[in-house]
Design a protein around this ligand. Structure first.
Ligand code: P6P
Length: 338
């Protein structure tokens, strides 16, 4: 029996659109397109152990990482759905060297562009650990009716109009944020629809979990090491020691911290001062989402959303999580300047 009280993603986006009489429905349409692509990716991810879509294509992507077949499939699904929709004028993707212009009449007149990491954490595909898609939506800044340019993609994260992620895990959940808040939709396989399961998500102000790759510990700055030791120490004031959880799939770590409270750190190191994670299609969307839920995200010195990108695939150190835990971390980072 279908639960008629539960809103599907389509119903929810249409209801949200009706709240804005002047809305054209383009953003609602783009979000529904993302939901459709996610459902198609989900089918393949769920089969990953059964059919020959594991392993490498033999290609290496712009990041210099082996490209797994599912990466390519996921990238193709999101790009194809958005190209054939009515809401997107072009895309940029972790899997593509450069941005893609959707050079047809309808797409050229669309007012949004989209950027995504189609399958983050893909190194986990073969070992059945949760993986995810991260996406970010902006209004284009160039004139509608013309092909998009790089300028449309190199916008600061504070200009996003929507952002979110899909986790292909124990269940498949799509979480997206707009200025009206953050909502989560769980895929009901029996009807093939994302259904509202986590309305109006708020990130707990505090938490007791921290996520970091301890393997990089000796490459971290002294301040980061001191903060990690603070997480590990019995501490009356902050309720330490904290629990350490690191899945190796950022969407899963960030989602757990969003729901239960916690902090995720991917600092720069001596060898890689900008860290590993990508600003445009990994950090900006998650930062937009966590701020909409009441959390915080910085690069250790400034708000992630205020960073003005200079190239599509630029990296940034990344700290994201519960407000009070982020403020505690900043207390350690600030010590470096005092
Ligand atoms: P490391 C996955 O490749 C990813 O981009 C994130 O999802 C994840 O949190 C991080 O990299 C893991 O990186 O260097 O700790 O293995």
């Amino acid at each position: 029996m279908v639960n008629r009280k539960v809103l599907t993603l389509d119903e929810f986006t249409i209801r949200e659109m009706r709240a804005f009489p002047k809305a054209t429905g383009e953003l609602a349409g783009l979000l529904r397109d993302i939901g459709l692509a996610a459902k198609r990716v989900n089918v393949e991810v769920n089969k990953a152990g059964l059919v020959d879509i594991l392993g490498e294509t033999g290609d290496v992507n712009v990041q210099g990482e082996e490209v797994k077949l599912l990466d390519v499939f996921a990238n193709d699904q999101f790009t194809r759905v958005l190209r054939h929709g009515i809401s997107c004028a072009g895309i940029a993707s972790e899997e593509l060297d450069d941005f893609v212009i959707f050079d047809n009449e309808i797409s050229r007149n669309s007012k949004y562009i989209c950027m995504y990491d189609p399958l983050d954490g893909s190194s986990n595909i073969d070992v059945n650990v949760s993986i995810g898609t991260i996406f970010s939506v902006y209004r284009r800044v160039t004139e509608t009716g013309t092909p998009v340019t790089k300028k449309d993609f190199l916008q600061a994260g504070n200009r996003q109009v929507a952002a979110g992620y899909i986790i292909y895990g124990s269940s498949t959940i799509l979480v997206y944020a707009t200025k009206r808040g953050v909502n989560g939709f769980t895929l009901d396989q029996s009807i093939g629809e994302f259904c509202l399961s986590h309305p109006n998500i708020k990130c707990p102000e505090n938490g007791k979990m921290y996520s970091v790759n301890h393997g990089n510990y000796y490459s971290f700055s002294e301040e980061i090491k001191k903060y990690i030791e603070c997480c590990q120490r019995k501490n009356k004031t902050n309720g330490g020691p904290y629990t350490q959880r690191y899945i190796g799939s950022m969407v899963s770590d960030v989602h757990r911290n969003l729901i239960r409270g916690g902090i995720f750190l991917y600092p720069g190191t001596k060898e890689k001062p900008k860290g590993k994670l990508r600003l445009l299609y990994e950090c900006n969307p998650l930062a937009y989402m966590i701020e909409a839920a009441g959390g915080k995200a910085t690069d250790g010195t400034q708000r992630i959303l205020d960073k003005v990108p200079t190239e599509l695939h630029e990296r940034t150190p990344f700290f994201i999580g519960s407000l009070k835990m982020m403020e505690e971390l900043e207390g350690y980072l600030l010590k470096v300047e005092s």
